[in-house]
Design a protein around this ligand. Sequence first.
Ligand code: SAH
Length: 246
Amino acid sequence: MSSENHNRLPRLHVDRENISRGEICGLSEGQHHYLRNVMRLKPGDRVRAFNGRNGEWLAEVTEISKKNTIISFAEKIREQSASPDVWALASPVKKEAFDMMVEKSAELGASHFFPVLCDHTVVPRVNRERLQAISTEAAEQCERLDVMEVSALLDIESLFETWSSGRKLIFCVERSEAPPIAQALQKLPRRSPLAVLVGPEGGFSENEIRRIKDQPFAVPVSLGPRILKAETALIAALACVQQFSE
Ligand code: SAH
């Protein structure tokens, strides 16, 4: 592998099973537009590419026409590595805030994002495809080698039905006697599978809080004395989790 510094080269996720030396690959319309019209790349210029399985590759632009861009994989520059086994679970909130929750969860290393329907969820729908695209762009930008998977909207009970007992659920709940998140995380084995759950703008219902706390894998935590917006709560919780999971 080359020790040259490639940090400034555009970085692209390519949707393909395998990457190997010498193979060529057409880019998506968005990537083509970005490389041609924003970065103004020319044939012979280089980019970085990854598919979530075969590490990161140096690639060369072999064709950049009006309509499309083709690259050719040249050399592997990073071996594949997995993100920590951390899930982000959050009630949908208004669009901009929820987009941000997806983007920041990807940056903070979550492996999966589950939009969950709660009693007080105001916007009971999500555009999974759009959110997945946000996750992919965040992966390109933050240099992770895999892409956080965004699931369709689920209700929390259906997730609980198949929950594996080894995965603790870090349950963020305000105005409670729950211990501070760092204290709770310290008691768990490092790098163990985790999930982080935050509620909607209106918080969880009393009934939900009881149901969730009853789960043997639930670990209620506090994020401090202030009442945070849902997006702030998720980012703050994942930032803490990141310290214990990598
Ligand atoms: N409207 C509610 C607050 C909801 S905050 C109220 O005024 O009571 C949205 C979500 O962020 C909550 O469901 C919880 O999961 C999380 N959250 C916000 N502040 C928190 C805190 N200090 N500790 C733990 N979780 C918090």
